[in-house]
Design a protein around this ligand. Structure first.
Ligand code: SF4
Ligand code: SF4
Length: 512
């Protein structure tokens, strides 16, 4: 079908690296569905923004799909029970470092029944919703960006709606080594991902959609081609792109697919594009068409430290230990566990951490190479040649060492996407990305502190202004009453002064 024909008119991506894929083992078999574990652990912060607010109590029975923590504040996403059981604790639990080392979690002892919450909306066709209703509903489903950003999708789309939009870019690009959950999702669940794309196009009134897949994934390309032929929606077009890390980043993908450059500090919507991951689109389809909120995800469990590398469909809240068990257990000599891929992943110190909405990969490593102390920079320029943002990592590094915030801003530290390319090529083994990540965190802390101080200053000033005004009002009132009393004689004046003093003292006490 013509709609499935690949197109190659691509934009150019600066830098990047061609990395060995290491995905053959984990993609060899279909997605394996994990049984319900004995216990699930649901962090209330699984997304960018404010943590959700628990609305269940200890001892309460819950059902699959039931809301257990509601979104809180202007940027947040709700959390739903991923199976039925009893809430046994709401307490700090080890989590992936992205959300702090320990974070509040709702712990549920599963009853094994997996009873679902019944809903009257089940199966309502998406076109029966107004676009704004659809966006609100997407927010309620706890859907977040599954490509790694975990930004609440409903809010991202609401923001996008105010912009003139042209393209939905449905990303199946999975350029980081070892991670293959999106590849396997496209092979096994293309129809759901394309169904999600249609919902998104309806919600945002978008005229066209590019499904983007790397050219070294022929099975995924065939699978999506067949699904597109069946759907026969001419608005949806397949684009193949070369496998270059980090072409899966939103801005890089926009550049590659549309040849439009997202401005520094801007968003893809600034150039008419909305980027969504294929997993997010499939999750939207399941929520809107099958009434299943985001309670499970496909995760790659792989690496030399795991016996049977595979992609599992696991409930959100399943511990990494349970997932590894399901994949045949550990091999001898595991010395590092990483959540995410080898480039952007974060190592964890325990397999008690739960799988969350963001967990695209669990990587068990053996014989990890630990470099000695980094050597001095030799100004080879390799880091700059691979930086996809065209930054100058060696200069940024000097300014991080000097803690020079102004220079760091001038040299574009806030644009760094922490891809790790500069680290990988640095012959001096300087941990550039870690330095940049820390420097960004410090800058954010300073900005937060400044904002807090500014709020306190404004509070103090308005309190002083209020007190000053009250004092003026009191003096005015006293003057007025004295004038009146002068006519009534000295005793009346004394009484007024006594009353005013008492009132003043009471007000002072109240303020203290
Ligand atoms: S790659 Fe490393 S050694 Fe070379 S310029 Fe960059 S920081 Fe310096
Ligand atoms: S980590 Fe930052 S500075 Fe280094 S290559 Fe990636 S974007 Fe450039």
């Amino acid at each position: 079908m013509s709609s499935a024909a690949p197109t190659y008119d691509l934009g150019k991506l600066h830098g990047g690296l061609r990395l060995p894929a290491e995905k053959a083992e984990s993609t060899a078999q279909q997605i394996q569905r994990m049984p319900v574990p004995k216990q699930i652990v649901l962090p209330i912060a699984q997304h960018v923004g404010e943590p959700a607010h628990p609305i269940v109590g200890i001892g309460e029975n819950v059902r699959r799909g039931q809301l257990v923590a509601e979104n809180w504040g202007s940027l947040s996403a709700p959390v739903h029970a991923s199976t039925s059981g009893k809430v046994v604790a709401i307490e700090p639990w080890p989590v992936s470092r992205r959300f702090g080392n320990n974070a509040p979690c709702i712990v549920i002892d599963c009853d094994g029944e997996d009873l679902a919450l019944e809903s009257p909306d089940k199966g309502a066709p998406y076109k029966t919703y107004e676009p704004t209703e659809l966006l609100e509903r997407i927010l309620q489903g706890g859907i977040v960006g599954l490509g790694g950003a975990v930004f609440p999708t409903g809010q991202k789309l609401m923001q996008a709606r105010s912009m003139p939009l042209e393209f939905l870019i449905l990303s199946g690009v999975e350029c980081e080594p070892n991670i293959s959950c999106d590849d396997r999702l496209i092979r096994d669940q293309s129809a759901e991902a394309l169904g999600g794309a249609q919902i998104l196009m309806h919600a945002l009134n978008l005229p066209s959609c590019y499904v983007v897949i790397e050219s070294d994934k022929p099975e995924a390309i065939n699978a999506v081609g067949e699904a597109m032929a069946e759907l026969d929606d001419k608005r949806i077009v397949l684009k193949q792109v070369p496998t270059i890390y980090p072409s899966g980043g939103e801005d890089q993908l926009v550049q590659l697919v549309t040849n439009r450059e997202v401005p520094s500090g801007g968003l893809p919507t600034d150039v008419g594009c909305v980027v969504q991951n294929v997993g997010t689109a499939a999750a939207i389809y399941r929520w809107i068409c099958e009434d299943e909120p985001l309670i499970s995800r496909i995760t790659t469990v792989t690496g030399p430290g795991v016996r049977e590398p595979m992609n599992v469909l696991a409930r959100v809240g399943t511990t990494v230990a349970d997932v590894i068990d399901f994949a045949g257990g550990y091999n001898e000599g595991v010395d590092q566990l990483v959540i995410g891929g080898p480039m952007c992943g974060k190592s964890v110190s325990t397999d008690r951490v739960p799988l969350v909405k963001a967990t695209n990969c669990i990587l068990a490593l053996t014989n990890t190479v630990i470099h000695d102390e980094p050597l001095p920079c030799i100004r080879c320029g390799e880091c700059a040649s691979v930086c996809p943002i065209q930054l100058l990592p060696q200069q940024l590094y000097w300014h991080t060492c000097a803690d020079d915030e102004a220079k760091l801003r001038t040299y574009g530290l806030t644009d760094c996407i922490e891809c790790g390319c500069c680290d990988l090529v640095c012959p001096s083994h300087i941990p550039l990305t870690a330095e940049f990540r820390n420097a960004k965190a410090r800058m954010q802390e300073l900005a937060d502190e400044k904002a807090r101080a500014e709020r306190a200053r404004r509070r103090f000033e308005s309190r002083n202004e209020r007190r000053e005004q009250e004092k003026l009002d009191r003096d005015e009132e006293l003057r007025r009453q004295k004038d009146n009393a002068r006519k009534a004689g000295p005793e009346a004046i004394e009484e007024i002064v006594r009353r005013q003093r008492k009132k003043h003292d009471q007000q002072e006490d109240g303020e203290e």
